[in-house]
Design a protein around this ligand. Structure first.
Ligand code: PEP
Ligand code: MN
Length: 264
């Protein structure tokens, strides 16, 4: 069902207020790795509004390698995040980690993100197939392109067609970067599926200085959107600071991404 053979026309996801995620438009989603506090949300919103970015990302349930790392503000943080963004017409993208979180999160979520550690959590995918909210499905840490498409199939076949795919880097033998952003996946996915392909260069490379070139490369390779991490003070971020852009770096990258997209 997610194949171009089955549906030729690219999927369009309508968010109202003239906001759509679709082929031919560059969708930008930016924000911190983790939602930390009210001031942080407020400053990020100001940055996004000033740059006409319509989606804010941010986790309140964080999948951390160590159980002692910051694991997010939870549902209370999500409510604050959602209310503040709604007041500015910004849509939120946030990770759901398990089935039991879907119902409580739903009223406060615009896009459910499925993280790389949950790409093959088939129970979670089944349940998201029944939800009337868009889903951003990330590629698994060591997942193949076909596995990503089969995971997408779970959600789509359950009845939820508001689905986007996300290439976020895969684990390879390379250790110079956090993950290896698979640029190859972009044209391959674009050919195989009618779903939008959003690229996450922050997790894809994991090194702040190289996020911008990878974002630009992804756009040239055919990405329909970019999701990335930004924070007022990346060095103080509660998670993923090393791959997080400052607002001035983010602003410069937004400018370049729009230029490059227009050139395509
Ligand atoms: C994130 O977006 O902060 C995140 C945890 O992403 P991933 O699931 O791709 O590691
Ligand atoms: Mn992160």
């Amino acid at each position: 069902l997610v194949s171009r053979k089955w549906k030729v026309n690219p999927t369009v996801i309508d968010f109202g207020d003239g906001l759509q995620v679709k082929e031919g438009e560059l969708t930008l989603m930016a924000g911190p790795c983790s939602i930390e506090n009210e001031a942080q949300i407020e400053k990020t919103i100001q940055h996004l509004v000033a740059n006409n970015v319509r989606f804010m990302r941010g986790g309140v349930f964080k999948p951390r390698s160590s159980p002692y790392s910051f694991r997010g503000l939870g549902l209370e943080g999500l409510k604050m995040f959602y209310d503040m963004c709604r007041a500015h017409g910004i849509k939120i993208v946030t990770e759901v980690m398990q089935v039991s979180q879907i119902a409580p999160m739903e009223p406060y979520t615009d896009v459910f993100q499925v993280g790389a550690r949950n790409t093959q959590n088939f129970n979670l995918l089944d349940e998201l197939g029944k939800v009337d909210k868009p889903v951003l499905l990330k590629r698994g840490i060591s997942g193949t392109i076909d596995e990503l498409l089969y995971s997408a199939e779970y959600i789509f076949s359950g009845g939820n067609e508001k689905l986007m795919l996300c290439e976020r880097g895969i684990r390879t033998y390379e250790t110079a970067s956090r993950n290896t952003l698979d640029l190859n996946a972009i044209p391959i996915l674009k050919e195989k599926t009618h779903l939008s392909v959003i690229v996450d260069p922050s997790h894809g490379i994991g090194i702040r200085e190289y996020v911008e070139p990878m974002a630009l490369a992804a756009i040239m390779a055919g990405a329909d959107g970019i999701i990335y991490e930004t924070h007022e003070k990346p060095e103080e971020a509660a998670s993923d600071g090393a791959q997080t852009l400052s607002f001035s770096e983010s602003e410069r990258m937004i400018w370049k991404m729009r230029k490059v997209f227009a050139l395509k």
